[in-house]
Design a protein around this ligand. Structure first.
Ligand code: PGA
Length: 255
């Protein structure tokens, strides 16, 4: 991380976990656990149905509530989806876009990721755009091609100013929920490559300002090393964001 150059964002992704009561109780724990003087921007992305309650629970704290997905159309016949306007009415300022689980199970493509991210930017919501290779791609040594292709398609048509308002999460699919973390060197290498790809799309100055997170089995034990890398500006954390003590430890690595 480089706190002088970029915002460091520690984001939890609760995925499809926690009912209303559990959400309130875990958020109460989080509000007490997360240090009030942290230099990190702290964010918890909860299931859409719990956003309203979650926003109430964290009021007055330094925890932000984010969404896990949002649709690209403003309103209309899109059963099961939510709009940027709905998020804005709860003052939600971040949404994960194109998580690998959405790409794998719900037909999300780079084209729809691009449209969802654009809708976020138009509504002044920060999209956290997820990219990452699967195990086969890593083993065939095509990680760079896969990542370049995703970044170019996901950010297609964005101005430099728009790119500067996005967050990219590098999440190698083989590391998500598996307990297998990319080594700090592997993660740094791809995060640097993402920054260079962005510089190619717009300019170096913008690329240096973009927050790039690592995600995939980040936990209380490995976070310090990952976050010490110069191009890893935070984390997108699944499992460990469901335990307040672990999440606190991760946030505390940002100094
Ligand atoms: P994990 O999930 O930390 O449980 O591996 C990360 C993610 O999918 O965002």
């Amino acid at each position: 991380m480089n706190l002088e150059k970029r915002k460091v964002v520690i984001a939890g992704n609760w995925k499809m976990n926690k009912n209303l009561e559990e959400t309130k109780s875990l958020l109460d724990e989080m509000v007490n656990a997360v240090p009030s003087d942290t230099k990190a921007t702290v964010l918890l992305c909860v299931p859409a149905i719990n956003i309203a309650a979650a926003v109430e629970c964290v009021k007055g704290s330094n925890i932000n509530i984010g969404a896990q997905n949002v649709h690209f159309e403003k309103s209309g016949a899109f059963t099961g989806e939510i709009s940027t306007d709905m998020l804005k009415s709860y003052d939600v300022k971040y949404s994960i876009i194109g998580h690998s689980e959405r790409r794998q199970y719900f037909g999300e493509t780079d084209e729809t990721v691009n449209k969802r991210a654009k809708a976020c930017l138009d509504a002044d919501i920060c999209p956290i755009i997820c990219v990452g290779e699967n195990l086969e791609e890593r083993e065939s040594d095509i990680t760079a091609n896969v990542i370049k292709n995703q970044i170019e398609k996901d950010l297609a048509g964005f101005t430099a100013e728009e790119i500067s308002r996005t967050i990219i999460a590098y999440e190698p699919i083989w590391a998500i929920g598996t307990g297998k973390t990319a080594t700090a060197r592997q993660a740094q290498e791809v995060c640097r490559f993402i920054r260079d790809t962005i510089a190619g799309l717009c300019n170096r100055e913008t690329a240096e300002s973009v927050t790039i997170q690592y995600g995939g089995s980040m936990n209380a034990k490995n976070a310090a090393e990952l976050l010490s890398m110069p191009d890893i500006d935070g984390g997108l954390i699944g499992g460990a964001s469901l335990k307040s003590a672990d999440f606190r430890t991760i946030v505390s690595c940002v100094k």
